[in-house]
Design a protein around this ligand. Sequence first.
Ligand code: PMP
Length: 358
Amino acid sequence: VRLEITMSRFWSPIVHSLIPYVAGEQPTAGGITKLNTNESPYGPSPLVLEAISKAASDTLRLYPDPTARELRAAIAESFGIDKDEVFVGNGSDEVLAHTFQALLNHERPLLFPDISYSFYPTYCRLYGIAYQQVPVDAEMRICLDDYRQPCGAIILPNPNAPTGIGLPQDDIESLLKYHPDQVVVIDEAYVDFGGESAVPLVGTYPNLLVIQTLSKSRGLAGLRVGFAVGQRPLIEALERVKDSFNSYPLDRLALAGAVAAWKDRDWFDRHRAMIIASRERLAVALKALGFHVLPSSANFLFARHPNRAGAELTAELRSRGILTRRFSADRISDFLRISIGTDEECDRLLAALGEILH
Ligand code: PMP
């Protein structure tokens, strides 16, 4: 209905058929407990703020480094790979967009799970990519046997979003072996919260591209920095698309902040451990309230109450100033995706749920 109302004769034909992704709400009012978009509840490393303010006062009149050399070198060093095997972009969303355009458009359809990141079908429509969504099983798990079929390429979030369920590295490796001539993209936006990364497989498998972000485990969603890791031919394809689109992958402040964040390993380890501990505590408490909670390796939980509709729960929480996320797809419409906040925020959520359920 919305599309019909906004059709315009000025639009290029493709715009008529787009169904854009709708980002989670960013409220402008204060006093909200925001558990809806999987940000870190903690600010980034203090070294990030120092680096950004230094870059702001020294060099903002200059264009940024179009090759993002320092950031790519820092990321490459920590993975023991070459900086030419790293591609950076404005959040992993942009890295994903370039990936869809550069690597995932083939004669056969792209495969991805029916329950996964809802940006994937949006990119497919934007770039005219044929795709097939592979159903997750009754427990919402990705069954990799179902991906053993002819296809153009595969993309999987690991851990999956919005379920939070992770796949072991061995399973990813068998998929890479089964499809040596297809690109397999693993979207590891949430891998730092207990998932198994496929990055160590990059050296062995030329068909593997791994995408990560600094938005979640580095507390930098506002800075917009993501990256891909893969062998040269895959990275080169992304560079070609980027250089045909915007030759500066990141601005100077983002580059400076991202380098500082990447190098502050202590901050990273401490805060992800805190989030994992809060997640485990919240999962136990939600189960005690009667929720069915999926096993999560991410910084969120996906949970459903057997006696309450998801829409009702999210509305009740919202009226108490607590935002969670719900998705409209039939199979998951009763689930709440709850981002892990501080323990205090989780307690506020639990108190509200206790009130709503009794
Ligand atoms: N992949 C998945 C699975 C996500 O959930 C998100 C966050 N919405 C992203 C990628 C994009 O994150 P960002 O653009 O902030 O790096």
